[in-house]
Design a binder for this molecule. Sequence first.
Ligand code: IFM
Length: 433
Amino acid sequence: MLNALHLPQLDFPKDFLWGSATAAHQIEGGDDHSANLYRETTENYAEKSGLACDHWHRWKEDFQLLKELGHNAYRLSLAWSRLEPEEGVHDPAALAQYLQMLEFLKTIGVKTFVTISHGSKPQWFSKAGDFRVRDNIKFFLRHLQWLIPKIKDYADFFLILNEFNIGGGPSLEETCAFRANSLIAHAKGYRIIKSLCDTPISSAHALRACAPENPFEWFDRQFAALDDWLSNEFFFHGVRTGEIVLPYRDVEFVPELKDALDFYAINYYCRRVVSARSGRIDGQWPTATHLRLIDKDFYLEDFYPEGLTHGLLRCKDRPVYITENGVACEDDRWRILKMALDLAAAHDAIRGGVDLRGYLHWSLLDNYEWSSFVPRFGLVHVNFATQKRTPKPSAFFLREIAQCNSFSGKTVQKYLPEMPILQFYPKQDTREK
Ligand code: IFM
């Protein structure tokens, strides 16, 4: 791991994009019609999103900040729940604000990756069964027909859906139905957007590095392979062939799906250890397995840069952008270290022939991690009581990399001068006995 301090100079391809990513519900605050908010309230979450980063009112200062931090690209999502709060009823004020935001990013010369659905589904859609019900795809396609003509001139890239390849539940059967339907929504959505503009289109894929807990045990290896198919390969195979191959269902050929992807949008965090003896195969998140960097069990603590190299090497047939990568930690030095290691891993993939064109760090701001403010992913610290933003050293580390389009162990040493007092939290074994 300490090799990060001695990395050789790693140059990135010309015109490489550098920036960060966010999602509406995690930063905007006050979206009364989102299904997420409904769950927070009805299921009585200990921490609710509330105002989050109050980005809905502070977007201009946040965009100015990201520009100062050297970003030439930024990924944001537009909350469907704000735009169509009631079925068939649109909110013109929400659309006007999103247009202002996109226009501003264009004015300051930041390329935009616009995600159409990253959480933030309207309550009415969620109550109707979300994408678990195939017939609901039509609502999403209608949303695209309505929205894309209005925003197409401001988006440099479209991401239709976010990480549906790891969504679903509660049972494996429902998980598979959700993933198959989401893939169809992606495919049909791709065709709609293509008919309206030339903007490159993808959906953000949560790349899972599935590793058998005991590599010498046959059953663990089979489960890891199954998990890899269920989360990674069904997606890659789908967009390459048009076939949806998932358990509990006959193979389906969806003509619109074949080649419905202009680039891979890869979100990568850590390794997922798979044991045949646990029920995790149904898509539950693993708890902290190695490093406990925050005072909460979380899933992002197993640094595994090789998983990124291997995953990217599976994506040689199209351009690739890393559309999320990061770590939840209090001690920002982990963020710098992880970024350096993952960027070095990404560079290995470039040398291996992958057409990697950009890197977006998750996330610009500390934000609401779907049920909690404890996991801090931001390049910029947010004081949630005062909403004060303070860039962390990692933000300046990324800025220097973006400015030079290159970095080395010396850059890491500059921002990570010492590592003697690394902060860990005591590990709690929460695995079922
Ligand atoms: O915060 C999430 C994001 O919404 C989707 N990708 C993973 C991130 C960290 O958990």
